[in-house]
Design a protein around this ligand. Structure first.
Ligand code: 44T
Length: 855
């Protein structure tokens, strides 16, 4: 009998009550037993319910049952997720967190579910909490870095580092406040900077609103740190939902905002200002009230904007928005039908289409050629509500632009000048020394058509759904108008735009008949990176060659298999292909649109399983299969029948193992795909003898560079306060150590070394992979080492490889930005500590001492 007299009173009371409550004890122990039994039977729902009951009734079991409870929760959540019971899933997590509020593993896992469901703000909150509880929790750290990119977009750093822009805004605000605008609303305050400028300039009342939860919380921290939390009222709300007096006591005399994106209107500034003029601002200054106090009228900073555009040729833009090749990996693309990127700006707006994408023209790989002079597409006065309201109903304006150089029009590039007031403006133009990107309106339907002086390009300008729409509709040549970029049109022979290829057209028409699809009415959408992948002939050609080698080898090792592999024929649908014992099985687990399974099937005697999910994309593959004489039954879409990828990987093991498994190893953004090594281990177990994973090996290369640009995009630089405010330490919490989506070829940087091998990932032999490696690199010139960009050589087999750095690659590059820049001298040896944790690479560096460099 334990001595209870030394225990605290309340504990003694509980113990006594528990001991005295045999029914309760009975319930606890029987529930615990049921929980364990259900868990053993993989009956996770009831197991979870039993555990909940046990832990509520008898918290003493929390320690011992924690692991099983977590395991049960995760399994049950997976099941709920797979059947779409999302509310139940989150209810379970909430119940679990009530029991274990400081459990970082549960918090992190809930964050993962939230992230997958698109609740990024909430996901970030969970990862952040998990990290605070255990700063060395790698999963939470990785997850946090992933969301940090979404939550606090990298341009916040660029903007705060742009001293010119900050000063111009500050001066304009100061002038306005000093001239009498003493009540101010900052719409889309971000870090709170413009609101703080207004307060500092002496405004009596300052309000700010911010729709992003993360940015709102950040702004609150910043205001407190600057002693302004009492004098600026900040609201977590979209300005469109604000009302007087519910949110602010009265109308204000000044709205300041920088809610503009590269295309000017993408952040909804037109709608926000129309609403502000109707509900939040004092009446505007007019000729009648010209002499009234500034404090009795309303105005906006910026006062207005001028939008410019220019037609450009750029192979880089072209290959991301339309199909530029007629043959890929031995397959004729004629039957594919119309393929388009999701960026298109037609006169009839379509919700699924973005009208523009963004690029920094000065950083376009391969450069660009201006085909017209820049022209003014639009002028808008933000202080004139009638003009703002009339924008959508403005007549479509047609402009005729003289072509100044010969070239194909791939896009209209758009930028603007933001007039802060009568004196001061900011430009986002391609020639300016700014970090702004330009909006790119791609032109789709001009295959091969070359403009030349004295042609005139006809552009239609309008404003729909609060977006500026720009369409290159036609070219005027020799008094004739040649139509461009119409919605997909039937390709008629003789059309000046179509490449004359009657055979291809016939094929395409036949394929359409066979699938009962009318391609001319319809088109299939591919992401920009998928389009660039499709245009990468080199990659597909090399895959085809490597796959061809594999089947020849298999044929050699198994010579009595008459119709076996190695029959290099496109006519794969002869009678033998139906003899399933002769078939090789190829599984493609690539994400998104991939032709690789079809290319494998085109080698003959192959049954290919494609992971393409979207129906229209599957139709494209079926049409291509048809036109390449690949029997329908030799191309399957495994995700049609299978929810769970891992389940599928195991599927044919009962009948036949896979001859080849194609893994999609590198994400377009330049990072190794998550869970790649786990997938590779699993894939290896499912290969037949002599079978192969594509690719076999990945070699990671890197280079030492000095790049101020990468620093400016990483964190607010320097120790000086931003416009006198303390902002950097707060926003810099969202610094991530790896930058993605870089074009290394055009990144403003100085190379401080040759490229060097950092790492090898052997997908056929996981044991050969390092998790930690030290690499010594000799600096070839002196400088400030700030980052290590990295990329991959992807070995499809021992010899055949592709580089993600190549000119036609659809992959971008990534770079590890060092925590502290490192001064190096030419000849210095730099030690890079390269770590791989679950497909995530991290790099740190130090200059090697003499002993180290001699090693
Ligand atoms: N990127 C610029 C776009 N907001 C700037 O939540 C600039 C891009 C850029 N809040 C390279 C360089 C650069 N009510 O935090 C955001 C957003 C918020 C609102 C309340 C509203 N109606 C809105 C609308 C937006 O405003 C903040 C700023 S949006 C600025 C976008 C160097 N690439």
């Amino acid at each position: 009998m334990p001595n209870t007299s030394a225990r605290p009173k309340h504990s003694r009371r509980t113990r006594r009550r528990r001991r005295e409550d045999p029914a309760r004890n009975e319930l606890v122990s029987s529930s615990l037993e049921s929980a364990q039994q259900c868990l053993f039977n993989q009956d996770y729902g009831p197991a979870f319910a039993h555990y909940l009951l046990v832990l509520h009734l008898a918290p003493v079991f929390k320690d011992v049952a924690k692991d099983s409870f977590r395991f049960t929760l995760f399994k049950w959540a997976e099941e709920l997720d797979s059947v779409g019971r999302i509310q139940d899933l989150f209810d379970c997590y909430e119940q679990a967190l009530e029991l274990f509020p400081a459990d970082e593993v549960i918090l992190n896992s809930m964050g993962e579910h939230l992230f997958r469901m698109g609740f990024r703000d909430e996901a970030a909150g969970h990862f952040h909490k998990a990290l605070k509880l255990r700063p060395d929790f790698p999963e939470a750290r990785e997850n946090f870095y992933r969301v940090a990119n979404w939550l606090v977009e990298r341009w916040h750093f660029l903007m705060l580092n742009d001293h010119g822009r900050n000063q111009k805004y500050q001066q304009a605000i100061q002038k306005a406040v000093q001239s009498g605008c003493n009540t101010v609303l900052d719409i889309g305050t971000g870090t709170g900077i413009l609101g703080m400028c207004a307060k500092k300039a002496g405004a009596a009342e300052v309000y700010a609103c911010e729709l992003s939860k993360t940015m709102y919380e950040l702004a609150c921290e910043v205001l407190t740190a600057n002693g302004m939390d009492g004098c600026i009222k900040i609201l977590h709300i979209k300005s469109l939902e604000m009302e007087v007096p519910k949110d602010i006591p009265q109308r204000v005399s000044l709205v300041v905002t920088e809610t503009v994106d590269a295309g000017l209107f993408g952040e909804g500034i037109i709608e926000s200002l129309i609403h502000a003029w109707h509900h939040l601002l004092l009446p505007p200054q007019t000729s009648e009230n010209e002499f009234r106090e500034q404090s009795a009228t309303g105005r906006v900073i910026p006062a207005g904007a001028t939008v410019f555009a220019m037609a450009v040729e750029s192979a880089e833009i072209r290959r991301h928005h339309r199909l530029c090749v007629s043959e890929v990996g031995g397959l004729s693309m004629a039957a594919a039908g119309e393929l388009r990127s999701p960026v298109s700006c037609s006169m009839e707006p379509d919700d699924s289409m973005e009208p523009y994408t963004t690029e920094r023209l000065s950083r376009l790989p391969g450069g660009y050629k201006s085909l017209t002079e820049p022209f003014t597409a639009l002028n808008i006065d933000f202080n004139n509500v009638t003009e703002l309201e009339g924008l959508s109903s403005r007549e479509v304006q047609r402009v005729y632009l003289p072509v100044i150089q010969e070239g194909e029009v791939d896009a209209l590039a758009v930028w603007f000048q933001l007039h802060l007031d009568e004196e001061s403006s900011l430009s986002t133009g391609p020639q300016e020394d700014t970090c702004w990107e330009q909006a790119i309106y791609p032109v789709h339907g001009t295959k091969g058509f070359v403009l030349k002086p004295p042609d005139q390009l006809i552009v239609e300008i309008s404003c729909r759904d609060a977006y500026l729409r720009l369409c290159s509709v036609a070219v005027q040549r020799d008094g004739r108008e040649i139509q461009l970029d119409k919605s997909p049109e039937p390709r008629v022979s003789g059309n000046p735009m179509s490449v004359p290829n009657p055979e291809a057209e016939l094929c395409s028409a036949l394929a359409c008949l066979q699938t009962g699809q009318n391609q001319t009415k319809d088109f299939c959408m591919l992401e920009c990176s998928e389009m660039a992948l499709l245009n990468n002939q080199d990659y597909h050609q090399r895959f085809s060659a490597a796959f061809g080698k594999l089947i020849s080898q298999l044929k050699l090792s198994c010579p009595n298999q008459e119709q076996g592999p190695g029959v290099q024929s496109n006519l794969a649908d002869d009678a033998d292909s139906t003899n399933s014992s002769d078939l090789m099985y190829v599984l493609d687990v690539s994400e998104g649109f991939s032709l690789l399974s079809l290319i494998a099937a085109s080698h003959g005697h192959v049954k290919a399983y494609s992971s393409v999910e979207k129906h229209k994309q599957q139709d494209v593959l079926r049409r291509l299969a048809n036109s390449s004489n690949i029997a329908q039954e030799n191309l399957e879409f495994w995700l049609n029948n299978m929810e769970d990828e891992q389940g599928m990987l195991q599927r044919p093991s009962r009948e036949k193992l896979w001859t080849a498994i194609i893994l999609d190893c590198v994400e377009t953004c330049g990072l190794i795909r998550q869970k790649l090594m786990e997938k590779a281990s699993l894939a290896r177990c499912l290969l037949e003898d002599g079978g192969q994973i594509f690719p076999q090996r990945i070699v990671v290369y890197g280079m030492l560079v000095e790049s101020d640009m990468l620093l400016l995009e990483s964190a607010v630089q320097g120790h000086e306060p931003t416009l006198g405010f303390n902002i950097a330490p707060f926003i810099n919490q969202f610094t991530v150590p790896v930058h993605v989506f870089l074009d290394f070829s055009t990144l403003e940087c100085r190379h401080l070394s040759e490229s060097v091998e950092l790492f090898v990932l052997d997908l056929m032999n996981v044991n050969a992979n390092y998790t930690n490696r030290e690499v010594k690199v000799q600096a070839t010139s002196a400088g400030r080492l700030t980052a290590v960009p990295f990329w991959y050589q992807i070995y499809l087999d021992h010899e055949i490889s592709v580089s993600t750095l190549s000119q036609n690659s659809h992959w971008k590059q990534a770079a590890a930005v060092l925590q502290q820049p490192l001064e190096v001298q030419a000849g210095d040896w730099v030690c890079l500590a390269v770590k791989l944790h679950k497909s995530t690479i991290s790099i740190s560096a130090h200059v090697a001492g003499i002993a180290e460099s001699n090693e």
